[in-house]
Design a protein around this ligand. Structure first.
Ligand SMILES: [Zn+2]
Length: 140
């Protein structure tokens, strides 16, 4: 009888110990994540509403066919006139948009991967296409 209870105790204790280790690992992981994010904060998230590109999720990044080479991130221009032009473009489809210094636009929205003399502002893929939605909601 006593051998059964002691082996149960042994099992139970072992499970508890394992859980404790898992918990400790979780805490350590979370602490590390927090440290990284507060230290670096170097990630880019495209501010175009129709675009979900985010440098933190490289697997999910979408690069359109016209973009040659790597996808680039472009900060909103400092020049107020140019910033207003970009803002007008990237805020399409948004109820409100705050043009701040840390907002970036990815290569997908430029004719030539980034701003050029011929095409200085983002013009492509600025709003989500609604066609598929309309099809789904078609009247019976
Ligand atoms: Zn984008």
């Amino acid at each position: 009888m006593s051998s059964v209870s002691s082996s149960l105790e042994w099992l139970f204790g072992d499970i508890l110990k394992t859980r404790l280790i898992v918990l400790q690992e979780m805490v350590e992981k979370n602490t590390k994540n927090c440290e990284v994010s507060s230290e670096i904060m170097a990630y880019y998230r495209c501010c175009v509403s129709a675009c979900h590109n985010d440098s933190r999720y490289p697997d999910k990044i979408v690069k359109h066919g016209h973009v040659e080479g790597e996808l680039h991130w472009h900060y909103l221009p400092k020049n107020p006139k140019r910033r207003a032009e970009w803002t007008e473009q990237v805020s399409k489809g948004l109820e409100s948009f705050l043009a701040t210094d840390n907002k970036v636009v990815c290569s997908n929205h430029f004719q030539c991967r980034g701003p050029t003399f011929a095409s200085p502002k983002p013009t492509l893929y600025l709003v989500q296409k609604k066609e598929s939605l309309c099809l789904e909601n078609k009247e019976l």
